[in-house]
Design a protein around this ligand. Structure first.
Ligand code: HAX
Length: 437
């Protein structure tokens, strides 16, 4: 057993005991009233999940195990002093709750590099059987399901193991899956956009650096960008669609591949992770329709208002929880200003940022008019040469594995049961609030 698993037993067992005692001794205590509005508007603000990896504050944004993004940029191990932290370190932090040492990060990097070699050949056959123009998320998710033939959880389950040990094979599956996702993502990218001209992993590179390398973007700056990208997209509490779907499916003791695949199906929706590619679609369409590369603020305003008039959303803006500019937007803008201050797409994204919030506010219904993570991530990737935007949600998915799969390990450490909320029909709700037509 590796030392991280030993550590998880040490941390996890007492926490599992606490969960049991809470349920036994305080299980009938009311913690929150639930309104009909909450039920009918996506359960917003309704506390119903137990998640320890990160916490989202509406005003401040995300904290990973208590740390903000700028704090982690200082505290997590990096390759270069002025570089971005290695996502391996963030994974360690989310998993154990402790800041990693350089040795911890190296241990995980080596583990992932070794485990990445274990992708069975049928996974590539399955991808290759899909048409090249199948959306990269279809190819990505199909590959994830195809990789579930390797699931150690099912084998361990069938041997009849003790429930409290389920987290162990889950951990193994999670480590395998995370290690292999960059290889799969890069394979799809090269297959679809670079004539199947594949690039082998470099065993000396870190997990995110290797992804950039295998995609064929080998500059130091893109590797830095990829580390940043992989960190900031990794986790956003437990209630976002990809995390919640992974957790829900995992609660049936579905293996990590099935569970993560469910999350990725959610990420592929335009209101969630697909927004990053839709932003690019929206920007390019705007430039095409206006007919100039650098539209004025007045032209952007008119285009955005037309989008709303057509009953469509402005992608990259708004959030179900956040009520301020997303710090993940800000940190990307800072990166862009440092490494590509003159990039036209960054300047365009900034101009949109000046114009769109007021337009959304003027609708009187949008609760958060500010940019989210997706408002700039595509402009940033494009400015560094990764211009093929249908791949962006796949990159988001690779990153998201770090958070939602850590959550899955913790679900099993806590011993959380099958999730099964109660549903009611419309008449029940009408009756409950005394509504008559
Ligand atoms: N453009 C136009 N209208 C918007 C809007 C936007 N960017 N954001 C919200 N609205 C509208 C909603 O569609 C809703 O309209 P109706 O009442 O007519 O249905 C109204 O404003 C109230 O919505 P809300 O309560 O402010 O927002 P929700 O919590 O319902 O939805 C969304 C949050 C992120 C889905 C929403 O802001 C949106 O559609 N944004 C654009 C898509 C996007 O950027 N998604 C990515 C979000 C971040 C993420 O998960 N990344 O992966």
């Amino acid at each position: 057993m590796d030392y991280i698993k030993e550590k998880l037993i040490e941390i996890g067992r007492p926490k599992a005991e606490t969960v049991k005692k809470l349920i036994k001794n305080y299980g009938d205590k009311t913690i929150q009233d639930v309104t009909l509005g909450q039920v009918m508007t996506g359960m917003k603000g309704m506390v119903s999940l137990l998640t320890c990896t990160s916490k989202l504050d509406a005003e401040e944004g995300i904290r990973f195990r208590g740390y903000t993004i700028p704090q982690l940029q200082e505290l997590l191990p990096k390759i270069q002093k002025d570089g971005e932290p290695l996502p391996e370190g963030l994974f360690y932090l989310m998993l154990t709750g402790e800041l990693p040492t350089v040795d911890d990060v190296n241990f995980i990097s080596n583990q992932w590099a070794q485990r990445a070699q274990g992708i069975p050949s049928h996974v590539y056959d399955v991808i290759n059987a899909l048409p090249k123009d199948a959306h990269p998320m279809i190819q990505f998710n199909t590959a994830i399901l195809a990789m579930s033939t390797e699931s150690q959880f099912r084998k361990a389950y069938l041997t009849g193991m003790d429930k409290k040990d389920y987290w162990g094979p889950t951990y193994e599956g999670v480590m395998d899956l995370i290690s292999r996702l960059p290889v799969i993502a890069a394979y799809i990218y090269r297959r679809v956009f670079h004539n199947e001209n594949y690039i082998d992993p470099d065993p000396n590179l870190d997990w995110a650096g290797n992804l950039a390398h295998m995609m064929g973007h080998d500059s130091d700056e893109v590797k830095r960008l990829m580390r940043l990208y992989m960190n900031i997209h990794s986790d956003h509490e437990g209630g976002n669609v990809s995390a919640h779907a992974t957790h829900l499916v995992g609660s049936a003791l579905s293996n990590p591949y099935y569970s993560f695949s469910a999350g990725m199906n959610g990420l592929a929706g335009p209101l969630h992770g697909m927004a990053n590619q839709n932003v690019m679609h929206w920007l390019h369409k705007m430039v095409r329709e206006i007919g100039v590369e650098n539209p004025s603020e007045a032209q952007i305003k008119e285009y955005a208002e037309t989008t709303l008039k057509k009953g469509q959303v402005i992608p990259g803006y708004g959030h179900a929880v956040l009520r301020k500019t997303d710090p993940r937007f800000t940190v990307q803008l800072e990166f862009a200003k440092k490494y590509a201050p003159d990039a036209p797409l960054i300047q365009l994204a900034e101009k949109v940022y000046k114009v769109v919030p007021d337009i959304l506010l003027s609708t009187g219904k949008v609760k958060n008019p500010w940019p989210n993570v997706d408002a700039i991530s595509g402009s940033l990737l494009s400015s560094f040469g990764i211009t093929e935007y249908p791949i962006y949600t796949v990159l988001f998915g690779v990153s998201r594995s770090l958070g939602v799969l850590t959550q899955l390990i913790w679900d099993r450490l806590y011993g959380l049961p099958l999730e099964r909320p109660k549903s009611q029909n419309l008449a029940w709700y009408m009756d409950k609030v005394g509504y008559k037509e």
